[in-house]
Ligand binder design. Structure first.
Ligand SMILES: [Ca+2]
Ligand SMILES: [Ca+2]
Length: 233
C-alpha cells in the first residue's frame, strides 16, 4: 500500500460580508476511488510540520478520515497559518479555565474555541447537526486567513470532502492543491436561523455538508506533497 504526506491549507473569505463568521470543526475526507501514483515529482520547500501534543498523538492526521481543523501544523505565522491579529481570541481569552481545552495553543494567533453544552451554546435546538461536546474548532475567521495541515494520504485517488461548520451568513471556500485552486469558490450555506433571538448564537448553529467538492490526490507520490485547501479571494 502506498502512502504519502501532504499539506492541506484552509483560508477564509467573507464573501463581501465583513461580519461573516465561519467556524471550522472538522473535515471528513472519504475516497471516491483509488488510483496509482503517476508522478514522483514534488518540491519540498514547506517548513511546517504536523501538529502533536501530549493529548493529540495520532499525527499526522490521515486521509481518508477526519481532519480536525484545530490541529493545523506547527510552524507559526506565515508558514503554517496566517491570522489577521496576533492573539488568540478563544484560548486564554474567551476561554479562561486551567485545562487543556481552555489553553489549547493559546499563544498562537489562530483563534480557537470548543463546543460547549451549558446554556444551550452549541447544543441548541437550532443546530442542523448536533456536534459532540468539548470539540475544539477554529473560529473568529477573517478574509485572507488560512491554516495548513500535513496529512498522511493513505492512497492516491479522488476524495470527497465534507465539512462540519457554522456560518452566520452565506460564504464560500475553495480547495487547492500545491497552491493552485482546483475547485473554484464553493458555497458554504448559512446556518442563520431567524427564530433564534440570540445574536451571538448565530455562529453556533452547527451543520454538516457531506460533499463540498472532490479533490484528487493522485499526482504526487513523494512525501511532503503540498495541498492547500483555501477559500475564494
Ligand atoms: Ca487571532
Ligand atoms: Ca482569526
Amino acid at each position: 500500500m502506498s502512502s504519502f504526506n501532504a499539506q492541506i491549507q484552509f483560508a477564509y473569505t467573507s464573501n463581501n460580508h465583513i461580519t461573516w463568521r465561519f467556524n471550522c470543526l472538522f473535515l471528513i475526507i472519504v475516497v471516491v476511488f483509488y488510483s496509482s501514483c503517476n508522478s514522483k515529482d514534488s518540491s519540498d520547500t514547506y517548513k511546517g510540520s504536523a501538529y502533536s501534543d501530549e493529548v493529540f498523538k495520532i499525527s499526522p492526521q490521515s486521509i481518508p478520515g477526519k481532519l480536525q481543523c484545530e490541529y493545523y501544523d506547527d510552524g507559526g505565522e506565515g508558514v503554517a497559518y496566517h491570522d489577521i491579529d496576533s492573539h488568540n481570541n478563544g484560548s486564554g481569552n474567551l476561554n479562561k479555565g486551567a485545562d487543556y481545552l481552555n489553553n489549547f495553543r493559546k499563544n498562537e494567533a489562530v483563534d480557537i474555541s470548543f463546543t460547549k453544552f451549558h446554556d444551550s451554546i452549541d447544543n441548541s435546538k437550532y443546530n442542523f447537526v448536533q456536534p459532540e461536546e468539548s470539540q475544539l474548532y477554529i473560529g473568529w475567521t477573517a478574509p485572507g486567513e488560512w491554516t495548513k495541515y500535513t496529512v498522511e494520504v493513505k492512497k492516491p485517488g479522488l476524495y470527497q470532502v465534507g465539512i462540519m461548520y457554522t456560518a452566520n451568513d452565506h460564504g464560500q471556500i475553495s480547495l487547492a492543491i500545491n497552491d493552485v485552486d482546483v475547485t473554484g469558490p464553493q458555497d458554504i450555506l448559512s446556518t442563520f436561523v431567524k427564530d433564534d433571538s440570540l445574536d451571538w448564537r448565530q455562529w453556533h448553529h452547527w451543520n454538516y455538508l457531506e460533499n463540498i467538492n472532490e479533490i484528487g490526490l493522485q499526482k504526487e507520490c513523494k512525501p511532503l506533497l503540498y495541498i492547500p485547501l483555501i477559500t475564494d479571494r
